[in-house]
Write a protein that binds this ligand. Structure first.
Ligand code: NAD
Length: 271
């Protein structure tokens, strides 16, 4: 699996498996194991997904040494605060039955409690319990606020990003500040599969629309975490390393941007 080097020098796979909306249980355990068997090395979960136990089980049963995997979880809004976030991390570790995480993210910039939560992430990072720390759904102004308080800046900003929400300004800011951008809902939760521009590019390369979008992420330096529990789709989403989009094709995909979200607007959240 291809990797990128994060600001603190650690390697992160460019592609991972997302497990949002998959319940605890056998289906999730086998999806995680199947992904790892196929060559995925990165799994993205979160406390709020309510599935950290099965995700951890799949990881432990994969047969791949822990140090070869890259595991992400996220602290939920209700647990933002210094002591609260330390406790939430312990709970995540207990559920996942892991000794450390590769990446721990603040899930949303819910009011200003993310500043104290960030101090907790710094403590956990310095104690060696997390290999990298980052944020999710942060706009430029949230990152600027964090900059005034942080001793370590985030290595990752995981945000909604797909051809209808290309996030160019945020990407430019993150690149200038050595923060890697990671795309959630990279496939726009299925809303782009009848798009004619993408269909034409897919037909030309003999690939699927999912593969075209994930390749577009890759060539733009964006880490992606598409979700599926179906083995053939998990395999399909990884089969993106044997072709290349032209600059013209990338520009055509960029032009699909409508600043349209499938998820909440980080500046307007009520949860
Ligand atoms: P996604 O864009 O990955 O789309 C998932 C949907 O597309 C599923 O219904 C799946 O069955 C389908 N799909 C996947 N591969 C396919 C393929 N090759 N062909 C056809 N259909 C396919 O959406 P998502 O699950 O919302 O996002 C991916 C991951 O991002 C999540 O699982 C989660 O880990 C993460 N996420 C993070 C946040 C956040 O706030 N940080 C929010 C949402 C999701």
């Amino acid at each position: 699996m291809k990797t990128v080097k994060l600001a603190n020098g650690i390697d992160m796979p460019v592609l991972g498996l997302g497990v949002f909306k998959v319940a605890e249980g056998a289906e999730l355990v086998s999806a995680v194991k199947e992904a790892i068997r196929l060559g995925y090395r990165s799994i993205d979960t979160a406390a709020i997904y309510g599935n950290e136990a099965s995700t951890g089980q799949g990881i432990r049963e994969s047969g791949i040494p822990r140090e070869e995997l890259f595991i992400t979880s996220k602290v939920w809004n209700a647990d933002l605060g210094y002591e609260e976030t330390l406790a939430a991390f312990d709970e995540t570790m207990r559920k996942m039955e892991l000794d450390y995480l590769d990446l721990y993210l603040i899930h949303w910039p819910a009011d200003n409690r993310y500043i104290d939560a960030w101090r907790a992430l710094e403590t956990l990072y310095k104690a060696g319990r997390i290999r990298a720390i980052g944020v999710s759904n942060f706009q430029i102004h949230h990152l600027e606020t964090l900059k005034n308080h942080a001793t370590i800046m985030p290595t990752i900003n995981q945000v909604e990003l797909h051809p209808r929400l290309t996030q160019k300004e945020l990407i430019a800011y993150c690149q200038e500040n050595n923060i890697h951008v990671e795309a959630w809902s990279p496939l726009m939760q299925g809303w782009l599969f009848d798009n004619q521009t993408l269909q034409a590019i897919a037909a030309y390369h003999n690939k699927t629309i999912a593969q075209i979008i994930l390749r577009w992420d890759l060539q733009n330096g964006i880490i992606a975490i598409p979700k599926s529990t179906k083995p053939h789709r998990i395999a399909e989403n990884m089969d993106i390393f044997d072709f290349e989009l032209t600059l013209d094709e990338i520009a055509k995909i960029d032009a699909l941007n409508q600043n349209r979200r499938v998820g909440p607007d980080p500046d307007n959240i009520d949860f």
